[in-house]
Design a protein around this ligand. Structure first.
Ligand SMILES: Nc1ncnc2c1ncn2[C@@H]1O[C@H](COP(=O)(O)OP(=O)(O)OP(=O)(O)O)[C@@H](O)[C@H]1O
Length: 572
C-alpha cells in the first residue's frame, strides 16, 4: 500500500483524529464541474489509456478539461492527489486524507470486476474495516470515473440500510485508491449458501424490509442502484442488511421525462425486461424488479431466473411472468421489440409457481415482478403492503442465526477448489476417483453466485461484436453501447418454450426446480445437451453454434427458441 502524497501536506504528518474520517457536512449535489458518463464507448479505450497516462500526475483527468481541472485543482481540498480531485471534485472535501500505512490488511474478502476487497484493521482506532481497492487497469480514465461515480453516489446517501463510505486512501505512487467501508461479515449470496436451507418467512420479511427501506432512501435521494443482487447486499453479524456497490448507480430525476440512460446495467439474472428490450428511459422500477427477483430467490431457495444470455433471460422472464401485452409494446415502443416480441403469448404463472405461500406473499412477488414497470409500485408501497403487516411478522435482525463470515467469494473459491480436486482425482484414479470427490463436494451445501453484471459469455459477445480482445476488466467492456450488442440470437438455449410448466413451481415446502436439461460446453462452438426423451430415457446431443452468421434481425423469439436444430444444426 502506498500513501497519500501531496506537495503541501506531505501526507504523513497531519494525521486525522482517530475515528473522525467523515465530517458532518454532506455534499448533496453532483458538482456541476464533474461529469460522470453513463458509459464510455469501447472505441474510446485506447484514447483513454493514452489520455490517462498523460494526465495522471497532472490531474488533467478528463479529455479537453484542462481549464476545468485547473479550476478544481486550485480549489482542491488539501492533501488529495490532483487526479482524484479532478475525478470527484468537491465531494471528497468531506474526507481527510489518511496514509495507507495506518491500515493493516488482514484478509482478502471480495473480488469485483474492478476491485479487490480486503478486511483490514484501522491501526489508529483498532476498528475492523473493509478496504475496497479500486484497480485502474492501464490507468484508464474510465475506471477512475466509475470509481468517482460510486463516491459521489455514496456521498449523497445516509441510511442504516445503505453502506457508509467512511474514508478514502489514495496513492499517487501506485495509482490506486482504497474506499474505506464499515466491515460486514456476510453478503446475502454467501449467507444463503452457508444457511444450507431456505430462510423461513419471517427471516425473508426481515431481509426484504431492510432491502426495501434502503431502496426507498436511495430513490428518495434520486439514486438508482442498477445492480441489486445478493452479493451486493451485505449483512453484518447483527443481521443488519446494507445495500453496497454503487459503481453502476446513477442520479435520476423522476420529473425529467426524457432522461436517457444506458440499458446495459443490472446483473443478468436480476435485469428487468424493459432493459433487456433496450429501454433507455426508465426509473425506480428497475431496482424493484431486482428486489422482486431477490424476494423470489429467498422464497424458492435458489435463483428463479438464471439465464445465461439475454435471449435466454428474456425467455425465462416470459415463461414465469408472461409475455408483455399489446398495450405494453405500444406504450413503451422499445428498441428490441421487433426482435423479441413472441408470436404466441406466454401465460403468466407467478401465483402458480409460488402457490404454497400466503396470498400476501404472492401478491408482493406479483407486484414486484410485474412486466410493466409502472405496475411495480414503489419501495414505499411495498413496505406498506400486507406482506409486512401480516403474521408472522418480520423477525428482529438480531435474531437471525449467526454464522462465520460468508461471502460470494468464498463460494467461488470453494467451487474452484472442488473442481481442482476433481481434476486431480481424475488424473490420479480415473473416473471412480473423480466421482468420489464430486460426492464430497455436493454435500458442502448449495451455492448460487450470480454472474457478473454482463453475464453473457464474453468471448461470444466479443466475437459477435467484432471487438478486439481485451483484458475484460473495465466497465466499458462490461457495458458496451446497445448498438454494438450482437448478443442476441445465436446462443444455445436451455429449454423449449413448450416444455411443461411443472418444473417452475416454487413450493413453500419443496425444493424448487427450474428446467430439466443441462448444458455443458465441450469446446469452442459446441455444446453438449442432455435431452430427456419421451420414453423417460435420456440422451446427449451435440450442438454446433456460433459457426453460422447471426440470425437476421427481426427473427422472432419463437424461432430462436423453437428448435436449435433448425438454427444451429444438430448431430446425434
Ligand atoms: N463493506 C464490506 N464489508 C465486507 N465485505 C465487503 C464490503 N464491501 C464489499 N465486500 C465484499 O466484496 C465483494 C465485492 O465488492 P463490490 O461489489 O463493492 O465490488 P465491485 O468491484 O463493484 O463488484 P462487482 O463486479 O460485483 O460490481 C462483495 O460482494 C462483498 O462480498
Amino acid at each position: 500500500m502506498g500513501c497519500v502524497l501531496c506537495k503541501n501536506s506531505a501526507g504523513a504528518k497531519d494525521e486525522p483524529p482517530p475515528g473522525n474520517l467523515r465530517r458532518d457536512t454532506k455534499t448533496d449535489h453532483l458538482p456541476s464541474s464533474v461529469s460522470v458518463p453513463e458509459v464510455v464507448d469501447i472505441g474510446e479505450r485506447k484514447k483513454n489509456q493514452i489520455q490517462t497516462a498523460r494526465t495522471w500526475h497532472t490531474g488533467d483527468f478528463s479529455a479537453g478539461s484542462s481549464r476545468r481541472t485547473l479550476r478544481m485543482s486550485l480549489s482542491a481540498p488539501e492533501g488529495w492527489p490532483p487526479w482524484l480531485v479532478a475525478a470527484c471534485g468537491e465531494s471528497i472535501k468531506d474526507f481527510t486524507p489518511r496514509r495507507a500505512t495506518t491500515y493493516e490488511k488482514l484478509d482478502k474478502i471480495g473480488q469485483g470486476t474492478y476491485s479487490n476487497v480486503y478486511k483490514a484493521k484501522d491501526l489508529l482506532t483498532g476498528e475492523i474495516v473493509a478496504l475496497k481497492k479500486v484497480r485502474f487497469d492501464n490507468l484508464e480514465a474510465e475506471s477512475v470515473k466509475f470509481m468517482a461515480r460510486e463516491i459521489l453516489m455514496l456521498q449523497r446517501l445516509d441510511h442504516p440500510n445503505v453502506i457508509k463510505l467512511q474514508g478514502l486512501v489514495a496513492s499517487r505512487v501506485s495509482c490506486s485508491l482504497y474506499l474505506v467501508f464499515e466491515y460486514m461479515d456476510h453478503d446475502l449470496t454467501g449467507l444463503a449458501a452457508t444457511q444450507g436451507s431456505k430462510f423461513d418467512i419471517s427471516q425473508v420479511k426481515c431481509f426484504m424490509k431492510q432491502l426495501l427501506s434502503g431502496l426507498e432512501h436511495c430513490h428518495s435521494r434520486g439514486v438508482l442502484h442498477r445492480d441489486i443482487k445478493g452479493s451486493n447486499l451485505l449483512i453484518d453479524n447483527n443481521g443488519i442488511l446494507k445495500i453496497a456497490d454503487f459503481g453502476l448507480a446513477t442520479f435520476y430525476d423522476p420529473k425529467q421525462k426524457k432522461q436517457t440512460m444506458t440499458s446495459r446495467v443490472v446483473t443478468l439474472w436480476y435485469r428487468p425486461p424493459e432493459l433487456l428490450l433496450g429501454a433507455t428511459n426508465y426509473g425506480t422500477g428497475v431496482d424493484l424488479w431486482s428486489a422482486g427477483c431477490i424476494m423470489a430467490e429467498l422464497l424458492a431457495g435458489k435463483p428463479v431466473m438464471p439465464g445465461r444470455t439475454e435471449v435466454e433471460q428474456l425467455h425465462k422472464i416470459f415463461k414465469l411472468c408472461g409475455s408483455p401485452s399489446d398495450l405494453y409494446w405500444k406504450k413503451y415502443k422499445l428498441p428490441n421489440a421487433t426482435l423479441f416480441k413472441p408470436q404466441h403469448p406466454y401465460k403468466r404463472c407467478v401465483s402458480e409457481a409460488f402457490s404454497g405461500f400466503a396470498p400476501s406473499t404472492v401478491h408482493l412477488v406479483e407486484t414486484l415482478l410485474a412486466i410493466d414497470p409502472d405496475d411495480r409500485g414503489t419501495s414505499t408501497s411495498a413496505l406498506n403492503s400486507e406482506f409486512f403487516t401480516s403474521e408472522p411478522l418480520a423477525c428482529d435482525p438480531s435474531s437471525l442465526p449467526k454464522y462465520p463470515p460468508s461471502k460470494e467469494l468464498n463460494i467461488k473459491l470453494r467451487d474452484e477448489e472442488a473442481r481442482r480436486q476433481k481434476s486431480l482425482a481424475r488424473k490420479a484414479n480415473g473416473v471412480e476417483g473423480a466421482r468420489r470427490v464430486r460426492f464430497r463436494g455436493d454435500r458442502t451445501g448449495r451455492a448460487f453466485p450470480a454472474p457478473e453484471a454482463n453475464s453473457e459469455n464474453q468471448a461470444n459477445l466479443d466475437r459477435c461484436r467484432m471487438l478486439p480482445q481485451t483484458n475484460g476488466k473495465s466497465k466499458s467492456e462490461k457495458f458496451p453501447p446497445p448498438h454494438q450488442d450482437g448478443a442476441v440470437g445465436h446462443h444455445p438455449v436451455e429449454e423449449d418454450h413448450h416444455q411443461s410448466k411443472k418444473n417452475s413451481v416454487f413450493s413453500a415446502k419443496h425444493e424448487a426446480s427450474f428446467g430439466s436439461s443441462r448444458s455443458l460446453k465441450v469446446g469452442e462452438g459446441t455444446s453438449m445437451r442432455k435431452i430427456s426423451n419421451k420414453d423417460g430415457s435420456s440422451s446427449s446431443r451435440k450442438y454446433i453454434w456460433g459457426l453460422k452468421p447471426p440470425p437476421a434481425l427481426g427473427l422472432s423469439m419463437d424461432l430462436l427458441f423453437r428448435s436449435r436444430s433448425e438454427v444451429f444444426g444438430v448431430r446425434r
